[in-house]
Design a protein around this ligand. Structure first.
Ligand SMILES: O=C([C@H](O)CO)[C@H](O)[C@H](O)COP(=O)(O)O
Length: 213
């Protein structure tokens, strides 16, 4: 299996603080995620700024699109996004719209399985529709209620679908190696990095742990 990628979730609302945090952790991560609250607050100009500043990083825009897939995602791909997310609960037509926009830009679409009741069926259908990435995701509110993404990861990994698997939801130093061993291709880390006393040091630790598996 290819080396798993580390995705840093930039979940601040502040434009300059987001760019500054990205600078701190850049040596240790592969993908910058512009988180949903952050992209809603700052818009496409933040995509352009990060694209210009980090030409060699992958950029994921966490749109969590719910309708008008192609129309909503197109300007973000045009601004330099490598990956945009679309909600699996939006339905196949919306997912297909984001996949179409991704393909038109030589980019990728990620289906976020957050709150999907039949995650296996959704992953199968959207993989068949051409999605490149399926995201197993326990959101911040569900984490606060004690949920984790680990059970869902096992269910999706065993399908052997022709997609990469991204996992998000409270991943930290003590769990990241289990996530890699369970078959994740992209490991998303937010609070365990941005909430640490030294985000750069925390990102470096995560990188070492992932590479040691
Ligand atoms: O996607 C996320 C959330 O829905 C807010 O946009 C987070 O970026 C993702 O969950 C990663 O953050 P942590 O769970 O804090 O690692």
């Amino acid at each position: 299996m290819a080396r798993p990628l580390i995705q840093m979730a930039l979940d601040s609302l502040d434009f300059d603080a987001t760019v500054a945090l990205a600078e701190q952790v850049a040596p240790h991560v592969d993908i910058f995620e512009i988180g949903t609250p952050c992209i809603k607050h700052n818009g496409v100009n933040l995509v352009k700024a990060l694209r210009a500043k980090f030409p060699d990083k992958l950029l994921l825009v966490d749109l969590k699109t719910m309708d008008a897939g192609e129309y909503e995602a197109t300007p973000f791909y045009a601004a330099g996004a490598d990956i945009c997310t679309v909600l699996g609960v939006s339905g196949l037509a919306t997912c297909k719209g984001v996949i179409k926009a991704a393909n038109a830009h030589g980019a990728e679409a990620q289906i976020d399985l957050i709150n999907v009741s039949d995650k296996v069926a959704c992953a199968r259908a959207t993989a068949e529709a051409g999605a490149q990435i399926v995201g197993i995701h326990t959101g911040l509110d569900a984490q606060a209620a004690g949920d984790t993404p680990f059970g869902d990861l096992n269910d999706i990994a065993r399908l052997g679908l022709p997609v990469r698997i991204s996992v998000a939801g409270g991943i930290k130093q003590s769990t990241v190696q289990d996530v890699v061993r369970a078959g994740a291709n992209i490991i998303v880390v937010g609070a365990a990095i941005y909430g640490a006393p030294s985000p750069a040091e925390s990102a470096r630790e995560i990188r070492e742990l992932v590479d040691a598996v």
